[in-house]
Design a protein around this ligand. Structure first.
Ligand code: HEC
Ligand code: HEC
Length: 381
């Protein structure tokens, strides 16, 4: 290992490889010597080009880290700016629709394909952000939270009515909220315990659920007529003026088993739908109204007109703490009349791009958590 010319120092002169005739670098590994061939030309060019490119990149793009971030680059490009530009493009496109959307009435929106798509896309996104916590992602609801897909409405399924419900809420903190309450007939001793049993039996019988009778149904019916019909209607089919549900169908807000109905009548109920007028902008709420209306159970004005006709009778409930006559908000609200509008079909030809699934940004999307309502009392069926 110590003989041979491996120790031949490089500075002394160049060693020439005997086989190839090329000079060596003087580096040797286990007898293998490195030839001092020049780098291939193509390789050198690539190397030079990348050097030039990297210098160009340093100058043009943000590259060198500094204490406060990085050098800006002559081009001024940042990912933030790119994102902002892309977002602006979306907002511009939305604004084109928004302007028309603002001016259009609900019935015009329903007739105009583009505005309709715009409303549904925005409404769907806003619904997921704000409403799904209580009503479920698809609006199917749950105990205490009404299903918004069906055509069973507490307060009304006409688009203006839905709009007002969303604006001011139900038993919410807003002054214009919808009110009226299911009184606590047992707890507040408006009825005796036996009477509660009787009227519960009667209510159950209305939807074909007999249950075990605690008395004769006639007594229950009597109690119903005197205490319940003012809100739920003589026929118990519900009155929208008081948001009182239909008790003759198989759709139950709080559960239709005996224990749930008993609990409703004994303890009362107080479903709260928050007000949105201060939390969402008006156009978002209008989009929501269209979206909810189109979920499946939306009504037209004519269809719901008959429901509104039934006048409210004075409620016999003698309890100041619960809904009194004056508290019962008439749901006959002034709805802007846009019945006979003739929407020009040409109007909609202005913008032809297909609408993307983008929502108008929702200001402050902080949905409240659902209030604890003890609704899951399906035991003791
Ligand atoms: C905190 C829970 C909660 C949230 C969040 C909520 N709701 Fe409600 N909503 C309710 C409850 C409870 C009711 C039923 C009130 C009652 O018992 O009359 C209701 C009722 C409604 C009704 C009336 C249904 C009918 O049959 O008349 C509509 C429409 C509605 N909500 C739409 C919405 C929309 C749209 C949003 C989102 C902006 C929303 N809700 C968010 C709890 C909520
Ligand atoms: C002041 C009006 C009012 C009176 C009087 C009234 N209710 Fe109600 N009732 C309501 C309202 C409003 C609701 C819905 C409660 C809610 O959504 O929070 C309701 C809900 C109910 C429900 C629940 C229905 C469901 O789908 O889960 C039952 C059952 C019921 N009432 C039975 C009665 C009976 C029985 C009486 C008479 C002893 C009565 N109500 C008297 C207003 C009234």
């Amino acid at each position: 290992m110590t003989d041979g010319n491996k120790k031949n120092p490089g500075h002394q002169g160049k060693e020439i490889d005997r086989v190839s005739g090329v000079e060596t670098t003087g580096h040797e590994w286990d007898g293998l010597k490195e030839l001092n061939n020049p780098a291939p030309r193509w390789w050198l060019w690539v190397f030079y080009i990348t050097c030039i490119w990297s210098v160009w990149y340093w100058v043009v793009y943000p590259s060198w880290p500094t204490l406060s971030g990085a050098t800006e680059g002559s081009y001024g490009w940042t990912q933030y700016k790119k994102l902002a530009a892309e977002q602006q493009e979306i907002i511009d496109r939305q604004n084109a629709y928004l302007d028309r959307f603002k001016k259009a009435s609900f019935s015009q929106i329903l007739k105009d394909k583009e505005l309709y798509a715009f409303a549904k896309a925005g409404g769907s996104a806003a619904f997921k952000d704000n409403c799904a916590t209580c009503h479920g992602t698809g609006g199917a609801g749950g105990p205490g939270y009404p299903n918004l897909n069906d055509d069973d409405w507490l307060w009304g399924g006409e688009i203006d009515t839905i709009y007002e419900t969303i604006l001011y809420g139900i038993r919410s903190a807003h002054d214009d909220t919808r009110i009226s309450e299911m009184p606590a007939f047992g707890k507040d001793e408006l009825l005796e315990a036996g009477q509660v049993e009787q009227v519960v039996d009667y209510v159950l019988s209305l939807s074909g659920k007999g249950g075990e009778h605690h008395g004769d149904l006639n007594a229950g019916q009597q109690i119903f007529e005197e205490n319940c019909a003012s809100c739920h209607g003589e026929d118990a089919k519900g009155l929208r003026d008081s948001g009182a549900p239909n008790l003759t169908d198989s759709i139950w807000l709080f559960g239709g088993d005996r224990a749930s109905v008993y609990k409703t009548v004994f303890e009362g109920r107080k479903g709260v739908m928050p007000t949105w007028v201060d939390r969402l902008d008006k156009q978002t709420i209008r989009q929501l109204a269209v979206y909810v209306h189109e979920l499946g159970g939306g009504e037209t004005r004519e269809a719901s007109a008959s429901e509104q006709a039934a006048p409210m009778e004075a409620t016999p409930v003698q309890d100041e703490s619960s809904a009194s006559d004056e508290d019962v908000a008439p749901s006959e609200v002034a709805v802007p009349d846009e019945g006979e509008d003739s929407i020009d079909e040409e109007d909609s030809s202005g913008v032809s791009e297909p609408l993307e699934e983008t929502a108008v940004p929702v200001e402050e999307a902080a949905p409240p958590m659902p209030e604890e309502t003890e609704t899951n009392s399906h035991d003791g069926e």
